[in-house]
Design a protein around this ligand. Sequence first.
Ligand SMILES: [Zn+2]
Length: 177
Amino acid sequence: MGKHGDNGKISALGPARVEEGTVAGYLVDPGFLVEIPARTDTLTPAARSERMSRIRNKDTRPEMKVRHLVHGMGYRYRLHGADLPGKPDLVFSKRRKVIFVHGCFWHRHPDVGCKLARLPKSRLDFWRPKLENNRARDLENQKKLAMDGWRVLVLWECELRDAHSLRQRIRSFLEDE
Ligand SMILES: [Zn+2]
């Protein structure tokens, strides 16, 4: 990897680089910013601030896709239920249901066929415990929600390609009594 300077390509950041073209959507979890600053030294303060605000932005592409889809289906929801375990991405309060949209890499999609969830080849000692912790925390949050009477649907990033089947899953989840 050479120096990427100010071209704004998040994929130049190194540690999170897994596969070309799949990375930009990953660098959105504020919990991982600790590893990034050393690699952004070439940025001007303004450029860095702009980049950081983009990285911190909670409206990641997979989540936006689901939100648009659900909205288009006529359902209304609130976002990032801060009062709920794990801050679910979409909250359907009256139905007492929540949807999480999980990035396969950060949340360790437990599907062996998922290419996005593959661990990086380097710094495995750093990534593996971090990502396993995420996974454990997700499961813990889902358990808490269930114990509180919430129904939980987890949509994985790699499952969002087929809008038709996605709609069906969402509809049957939301309509199921
Ligand atoms: Zn996946």
